[in-house]
Design a protein around this ligand. Structure first.
Ligand code: ADP
Ligand code: MG
Length: 294
């Protein structure tokens, strides 16, 4: 897209006052900040684009990736459950992305605090997440890094999907081949790309797999695929080798297990789409005398 060049070093600091660190990534730091004029709070993601001497390729790549992130955030603007990009700035060394502030932080931290979520709470969170994914997929965008660290919560514990750093547009019949995402949430077909020369690419279905991993983790408090030895974890993912065998699952009803089992399927074409997911009985709550889900 045509992004205006806004190379003004002092512009950000003239408008905003940065405060404490909220989170840190590989090449970015997120801080709470105040907009001086309005007194409103935001979160600013400060991306370091200054490389060492001779790293011009790296610098250009980081810039390009950030422009892609900005473009995708703009394409996805206006949804209740997608983080809002309020403003952005570019200087020779940093790019500043100013987002709406999610005061309750990551779903990951919320989960750590409460250990696991009730079916009712899981339904609310998953429905909001899937509504955001529906919106994104309808625009032919794949997020590629859905996980509880990238799902933020506002004051009212509403979901805001964030971190579109790996998101990309995937046109019809096009297949993606990059290995990106986070190990425990990677779909089998993404791993296959890095393992086999003749593997087909992948598409939107990878986000549905991640939704399955997230939903499993929310309900029982631990992820479906985990092993101290990463090779063994990756092998488990390739075979969708997980189980509802731990005692945490004893008191959880069949409906959510059924939904998870239709997402954690190796074959991407057999996995539920986001629309099919939202039409699953877990979300379509019928309140009859003998049809109670909770
Ligand atoms: P990265 O690409 O480095 O993972 P993220 O966009 O995921 O960057 O941000 C890193 C972390 O910063 C998040 O996991 C979260 O803890 C915090 N964070 C990011 N955006 C916000 C926001 N809008 N409100 C509150 N915290 C945020
Ligand atoms: Mg992140």
């Amino acid at each position: 897209g045509d992004l205006p060049s806004r190379i003004q070093a002092k512009e950000f600091y003239a408008k905003y006052e940065p405060r404490e660190i909220l989170g840190k990534g590989v090449s970015s730091t997120v801080r709470r900040c105040f907009e001086k004029k309005s007194g409103k709070e935001y979160a600013v993601k400060i991306i370091d684009i200054s490389g060492e001497k001779g790293e011009t390729y790296q610098v250009e790549q980081t810039k390009k990736d950030t422009y892609r992130e900005i473009n995708i955030l703009r394409m996805c603007a206006g949804h209740d459950h997608i983080i809002e990009l309020h403003d952005w700035f570019e200087t020779p060394t940093f790019i500043f992305l100013v987002f709406e502030l999610c005061k309750r932080g990551e779903l990951f931290d919320y989960l750590t605090e409460v250990v696991s979520l009730s079916e009712k709470r899981t339904r609310i969170i998953m429905r909001q997440l899937l509504e955001a994914v529906l919106f994104v997929h309808d625009k032919n965008i794949v997020h590629r890094d859905l996980k509880p660290e990238n799902i933020l919560l506002d004051d009212n514990l509403n979901v805001k999907v964030s971190d579109f750093g790996f998101a990309t547009v995937v046109n019809k019949d096009e297949e993606l081949t990059e290995l990106c995402g986070t190990p425990g949430y990677l779909a089998p077909e993404v791993l296959a790309v890095s393992m086999y020369d003749n593997a087909p690419g992948y598409g939107k279905e990878v986000d549905m797999w991640a939704c399955g991993v997230i939903m499993f983790t929310l309900l029982c408090g631990s992820p479906p695929f985990w092993h101290r030895k990463q090779m063994l974890m990756l092998r488990a993912i390739m075979q969708a080798n997980y189980s509802f065998g731990s005692p945490e699952w004893d008191d959880i009803s069949e409906t959510p297990k059924d939904l998870i089992s239709k997402l954690l399927i190796v074959e991407p074409k057999k996995r539920l789409t986001v629309k099919e997911c939202l039409a699953h009985p877990f979300f379509v709550r019928e309140l009859g005398p003998e049809k109670k889900f909770y």
